[in-house]
Design a protein around this ligand. Structure first.
Ligand SMILES: [Mg+2]
Length: 365
């Protein structure tokens, strides 16, 4: 039986449960999700998820006409056609977010058509995926930070992530005190990741790594601007902490540039931005070829499938800030137990979106 794409819809919803939270370079006023639904003439629906509402125009005007009438199983062919058609609108940024969420919806459909979960389509048999607990915002007081980190450990996580770069990155002595306080509290057996969210220059980052040398840091994430690939290369060759980056990088070409710059130890490209499942399979292979760890940013409910099949897998990021909106959007929202995420045993992406709530609360015209 053949299946043809018959309709494409975009929805956008938000909740206010992260109002006031911030990292070194951004403040948040709400948690948002964009959901794309692709329907076939055979009555199936596939769903993708990402975070930007601005993609709606690109999907409706540029991508939907490409998709109509196509067989959704042909993800590689469709990806290439989408990528060629957005060439003038930007081969990074929002154009790629639009391609990504559509590609994820196509893989959801492919799984439903073939009757297999996506991780099995990718060849991965693992259904239990390790995650780390991510939070520790710079907007928190020290007491709030310590309370959250303790709550993560109490939930059974052995790896936790906190932000650094308080006061817009201008008080590294306070950052050092916060990292030391967390290490003192959790003891030696918990892995700590620090995330500077692009705030520093490479010299400051190298200095900061030295200030927390005695804290046994498992990874130093985005110490400088994501585009400062020479700076990342300098940091990586200067410090004894693995450098993590990639959440603001796009496609295999962005991955190639990180590799050429010797800029990364832990690769964090994100399927909901960097090109979907189709592109991230290639990024994962590049990690294997360079013997680097693969740890896609956030959206563990998408990335669990990739990590199931990734030989160089690290852990997935469980971002606690998204719990509220995810629990609203996804009826069977899979949540880790003792840090281990179980992939739902369902065809496709394995997620049951609450389309009634999403349509009722849709903010797009
Ligand atoms: Mg980050």
């Amino acid at each position: 039986m053949t299946h043809k794409i018959a309709d494409v819809n975009v929805f956008y919803v938000s909740t206010s449960d992260c109002a006031g939270v911030g990292d070194s370079t951004l403040r948040y006023d709400k948690a948002c999700m964009a959901v794309v639904e692709i329907r076939t003439d055979s009555g199936l629906s596939g769903y993708g998820i990402t975070i930007k509402d601005e993609i709606a125009g690109l999907i409706r005007n540029t991508i939907k006409p490409i998709l109509m009438g196509k067989d959704p199983v042909n993800t590689e062919d469709i990806w290439q056609e989408m990528f060629l058609n957005i060439r003038g609108s930007g081969r990074k940024g929002l154009s790629l977010v639009a391609i990504s969420v559509v590609d994820i919806a196509l893989w959801d459909l492919k799984g439903k058509i073939l009757g297999l979960p996506v991780h099995r389509l990718l060849g991965g048999g693992k259904r239990f995926i390790p995650t780390y607990a991510s939070g520790g915002w710079t907007s928190y007081t020290l007491d709030e930070l310590l309370a959250e980190m303790k709550s993560f450990v109490d939930l059974g996580y052995s790896t936790i992530k906190m932000k650094v770069g308080v006061e817009l990155g201008r008080n590294i002595k306070e950052d050092s005190r916060r990292v030391h306080a967390v290490r003192d509290m959790v003891g030696p057996d918990i892995d700590i990741i620090i995330d500077a969210n692009n705030v520093w220059d490479s010299g400051t980052a190298v200095r900061f790594a030295e200030m927390v040398r005695d804290c046994d840091i498992a990874a130093f994430e985005e110490p400088v601007c994501a585009d400062d690939i020479p700076g990342l290369g300098r940091i990586r060759s200067s410090i004894n902490i693995p450098v993590a980056t990639g959440e603001h990088e796009y496609t295999k070409y962005g991955m190639r540039d990180l590799l050429a710059g010797k800029a990364v130890d832990i690769v964090q490209l994100d399927a909901t931005k960097a090109g979907g499942i189709t592109e991230m399979v290639k990024v994962s292979a590049m990690c294997q070829a360079w013997n680097l760890l693969f740890a896609p940013h956030c959206f563990e409910i998408v990335h669990m499938h990739l990590l199931s099949a990734a030989p160089n897998a690290f852990k997935l990021e469980k971002l606690f800030l998204f719990n509220g909106i995810m629990r609203r959007c996804i009826k069977n929202y899979p949540e880790p137990v003792n840090g281990i995420l179980e992939i739902p045993d369902l065809p496709g992406m394995g997620l049951e979106f609450d389309m009634e709530w999403i349509m009722q609360n849709n903010e797009l015209k």
